[in-house]
Write a protein that binds this ligand. Structure first.
Ligand code: PHE
Length: 335
């Protein structure tokens, strides 16, 4: 009998003080101290003992019960304290300043493009798009640049593998946004007022002012009575608003493009005597109107193509075009 109690005490203490958490502790408590627990069992068994042993055994069992109960209470108190400390440590201080979330931002070219779009939209222009992979027809022939024409050398071209194109047409990465003029006129009857922004590609060496990919904004206006004067007014208004400077002047310098006649380079000045070349332009060549299915005896118009990267470089005083394409956060985070 005595050894039984010793064993119960030892095992009970082990279960109670070894409990890893509240659940284990309660389980041990139920097992040893509960109504149907080990000690209660032991008391039940006392009635089978001879009367002279009963008293002593009962006293011993009581002592064991008290020891286990004390161990249980102590352990429980310890868990309670630990639990409170844990809650204290996890407490959230809602007045503490938060951590700022790093937010994304728009690329400088996107900013400049959106601004250009808004200015032209306010003058009644719509925005049109064309594919970056173009056919030889739209990039060259329809723009009055047949295969033998020396002007093709003006655009160093990335030719692509032919693949499954219809009629074995040659395909390329468009060297300018001018093919969108033709694509748009094929689908829409004049009067037309569009700009066509997008990526263009040139097969050439890169340096601070040349990249193999850059962006242009093409402009096209076709109507019955369009003159160079209309063109000059619209483009000058655009540059004045874009650079937020009423003193901006533009000058048209004679130039050559096979798809315009006459052709100009557009130079822009802030009035300090310095002129910057920002776009190519001209009156749409009748052959281009004809190639796109527009009656050139009735309709005429102007077109221009300006370098968006150039515009952004001037606006934000950036001296290397390659920065736009390197995704260096030290650069991008400035906008
Ligand atoms: N496409 C010409 C270029 O890339 C620019 C241009 C566009 C010139 C429209 C005239 C008219 O150089």
């Amino acid at each position: 009998m005595g050894t039984d109690l010793e064993k119960i005490k030892e095992e009970g203490l082990l279960a109670i003080s070894g409990a890893q958490d509240f659940l284990f502790l309660e389980e041990a408590g139920r097992r040893y101290l509960g109504k149907k627990g080990v000690i209660a069992d032991f008391f039940d068994g006392l009635k089978d003992l001879p009367a002279e042993e009963r008293r002593a055994a009962g006293q011993k069992a009581n002592a064991v019960k008290i020891t286990l109960q004390e161990a249980y209470d102590k352990k429980r108190a310890q868990f309670t304290i630990e639990e409170r400390q844990k809650i204290g440590a996890e407490k959230i201080d809602v007045t503490m300043p938060g951590q700022a979330v790093e937010s994304g931002r728009l690329h400088p070219l996107t900013l400049v493009l959106r601004e250009a779009e808004n200015i032209f939209k306010s003058m009644g222009f719509e925005v049109a798009f064309g594919p970056e992979v173009e056919t030889e027809w739209y990039n060259f022939d329809a723009l009055n640049i047949p295969e033998w024409h020396p002007a093709r050398d003006m655009w160093d071209t990335f030719w692509l593998k032919q693949g499954n194109t219809k009629n074995k047409e040659k395909i390329l990465l468009r060297t300018h946004t001018s093919p969108v003029q033709v694509r748009y006129m094929e689908k829409h009857k004049p009067p037309i007022r569009i700009i066509a922004p997008g990526k263009v590609f040139r097969y050439e060496a890169t340096d601070a002012s040349h990249e193999i990919q850059f962006h242009q904004v093409e402009g096209l206006m076709v109507d019955e009575n369009i003159s160079v004067a209309n063109f000059k007014a619209i483009v000058e208004t655009f540059f004045q608003r874009f650079f937020d400077n009423k003193n901006i002047k533009i000058r048209l310098r004679p130039s050559y493009f096979p798809f315009t006649e006459p052709s100009f380079e557009i130079d822009v000045s802030r009035g300090e005597g310095k002129w910057l070349e920002l776009a190519g332009a001209g009156m749409v060549h009748p052959k281009v109107l004809t190639a796109a299915g527009v009656d050139s005896s009735k309709w005429q118009g102007f077109a221009f193509g300006m370098g968006l990267d150039r515009l952004a470089m001037i606006k934000y005083k950036i001296n290397d075009i390659r920065l736009f394409y390197q995704n260096d956060l030290r650069f991008l985070n400035q906008f």
